[in-house]
Design a binder for this molecule. Structure first.
Ligand code: ATP
Ligand code: MG
Ligand code: MG
Length: 388
């Protein structure tokens, strides 16, 4: 379909699913990550590179074997990517190193969104000292969110500072050398997310608005579409598209996380410049998955035309993350029940199980969200029957 080879920085589960999507289109992929990374296991290729996606040598080797570079994780070294772009105009890098740099520092991202009139929670830079954190508390009020600016995921790097008495604990939890920022606590009623694809020309395409349920800060369940009025779904979609449009040019897929407040207001929480957990449902519920959409966007292949390009009238899906259980492989019970469940498909990433680690996900589709919910309840062992 396309003679370009896509080099992927990172070979975790997102890379794995990207490789699968690329394979279907005969698009070649090369992975840069540690030996045995999940994405390398499903794509036997001599070309894969063992090394770190933060390391100049690995990135330049990857570039020598690819026409296009993309990422499955934002915690890459953007200086290396910018240098590479300057030295080698044959390689395309999507999303642009400039966009990744803005997004990977969550406070820089917030400032950028504010400059571009995208609604976000009030945020301030915080000096990493006891007085600095107390000062943030007096500006933002308690409780507030103290967050690491870099390398955060699954809530690791977030601390809810309940009162001045918990400031010492907050600093110890996040580390005395970590760059920090503070965010006003948002009393949201729901969390919504939209996957937005941007093509090389800068046109954007949105997937349906979904609802994400987090447990212990980890995305646990996704409802597609979100259980909110159509008008709220539409406003969330437009906000997400506006947010993605304001970043420098360069193709990619972006997971836009949002908060819905009691009064209907929407705020962007954060943006991921790559495939996103809230978009895994697209593999089974949409004709074109988020992974295929990214491959098409970065190689310049066509994307479906029209505003609702990725929705299908029958998009009714629930995604359940398979999180490592406390007892070894305990989470496989859910997977076995899913195999008995009509409309459910199981994805395991080949990762070793540790408590709360994302080791797989289950997609459930049905003719209505109620039907999906019955199937979910069966998988979770909350119901013994799949009937009404
Ligand atoms: P991810 O795995 O999505 O990258 P992360 O580590 O970057 O997560 P955030 O998205 O900043 O973390 O926060 C994780 C969760 O914590 C959010 O989905 C939300 O449930 C809660 N949260 C974050 N910021 C706030 C806030 N300002 N007010 C209230 N809750 C918040
Ligand atoms: Mg994040
Ligand atoms: Mg998040």
């Amino acid at each position: 379909m396309d003679s370009k080879t896509v080099g992927i920085l990172g070979g975790g589960q997102l890379g794995l699913m990207l490789v699968e999507a690329a394979n279907r289109l005969n698009v070649k992929t090369v992975i840069l990550d540690a030996e045995g990374a999940p994405a390398k296991r499903i794509n036997a290729s001599e070309a894969h590179i063992n090394g770190s996606f933060k390391d100049a040598e690995g990135v330049s080797k990857l570039a020598s074997k690819a026409d296009v570079l993309t990422i499955e994780i934002e915690h890459v070294n953007t200086e290396i990517l910018s240098d590479l772009q300057k030295k080698n105009d044959k390689i395309a890098i999507h999303p642009s190193p400039e966009t990744i740099k803005i997004i990977q520092d969550k406070y820089t991202q917030k400032e950028y969104l504010i400059e571009n009139n995208v609604a976000v929670a009030e945020s301030i830079a915080v000096e990493n000292t006891i007085d600095g954190i107390k000062n943030a508390g007096s500006i933002l009020g308690y409780p507030f969110l103290l967050k690491a600016r870099n390398n955060a995921y699954d809530g690791r790097g977030n601390f809810v500072v309940k009162s001045e008495a918990s400031v010492v604990e907050a600093q110890a939890a996040l580390g005395a050398n970590t760059a920090l920022y503070g965010e006003k606590f948002v009393p949201f009623v729901k969390e919504l997310a939209v996957m937005v694809v941007k093509d090389i020309k800068g046109d954007v395409y949105a997937y349906p608005t979904v609802e994400t349920i987090h447990t212990d800060n980890i995305c646990h369940i996704v409802y597609a579409p979100a259980r909110v009025p159509d008008s709220t779904q539409l406003r969330a979609s437009l906000l997400a598209q506006d947010a993605v449009k304001c970043f420098p040019k360069g193709a990619g897929i972006f997971g836009v996380e949002m908060f819905l407040l009691n009064d209907g207001q929407l705020l962007v929480n954060e943006i991921a410049p790559r495939p996103h957990n809230s978009g895994h449902y697209t593999i089974d519920a949409c004709v074109t998955s988020q992974f295929e959409a990214l491959i098409r966007a970065v190689t310049g292949l066509p994307l479906p035309k029209g505003f609702s390009s990725f929705s299908t009238p029958s998009t009714n899906a629930i995604m359940l993350n398979v999180l490592g259980a406390d007892e070894p492989d305990g989470e496989l019970e859910y997977c076995k029940r899913a195999l008995e469940t009509p409309g459910a498909s199981v994805y395991l990433y080949g990762k070793s199980s540790r408590p709360k680690r994302k080791v797989g996900h289950i997609n459930i589709v049905g003719s209505s969200l109620d039907e999906c919910q019955r199937r979910l309840d069966y998988i979770l062992g909350k119901s013994l029957s799949l009937e009404d």
